[in-house]
Design a protein around this ligand. Sequence first.
Ligand SMILES: [Zn+2]
Length: 310
Amino acid sequence: MNRTIFFLLLTSLLVSAHTHADDRVSARYTGPIIDMHVHAYDESQPMFGMPHPPTLRGETYTAVTTPEEQWEKTLEQFQRHNIVKALTSDGQLWVHKDPGRILVSARNIPEEEIISLHSAGRLAAIGELNPFYGGIRADHPSQAPLFALAETLGVPVGFHIMPGGPPGAIYSLGMVKVRVANANPRQLEEVLVRHPRLKVYIIHGGWPYVDDLKAMLYAHPQLYVDISAINWALPAAELHSYLKSLINAGFGDRIMFGSDQMVWPQTIEVAVESVNSSDLSVEQKAAIFYDNAARFLGLSDKEIASHKRE
Ligand SMILES: [Zn+2]
């Protein structure tokens, strides 16, 4: 075969492979992403260096070992996946490094500090609140002041429910106060009614209470969910059917992407891929990855336009 024919043949093979690849991935979303659930830690965090125990997918994850490495590897994931905003618990630790991307979600600090972050224009949310690990529900009196404060300041609250830690963490990791009895999203109902201007999102999607969650989303239009952790800790088929069920019920405009990256940066990649590999339409994926969170967080039209242009 002469060289010209060889190159023509090669080119046509490459073109056809490319076309097929495009068909296969035509429903993939490639636009900007908002991650509604990320953690920044200082050196006191005991999870540094701890591999993640096997998830229900049978996967384990290697941990970063220092706060510096946590930031660098997390940023790498943000850049690779076009994550333009990251609502970060304890984000005060990171916001100076990347003020355009990091949104501060405050927790475990005195109320006066939350108020002063707000006055400085640096408070995007309160959370993640996770009294679940202490055996306490959202409607317990101890939680009331933070919900009241969030309503007064006009910032949303991220509230963690199920799942708590890896499977069986009550026994294997000493999470002795975790109880399924405290995991139902209905525990937020009286809080929502008491604070009608409060915006709440349930962290981890309210899984696995799909029917109770639909009832809550129906009754309380201000309620949103993120799908952090359940997008890397559950088998993809379970995530997909959970999403499908909520979207079929008409709640596709209140589901937001989140990763819950702690010390395992690879979970971001798995989380993004889990949504992108579903058979949802590109529009449904865009709603989850960006549009719903942009609305929930109240991003300006100007900022949204700049994210979409990039
Ligand atoms: Zn979290």
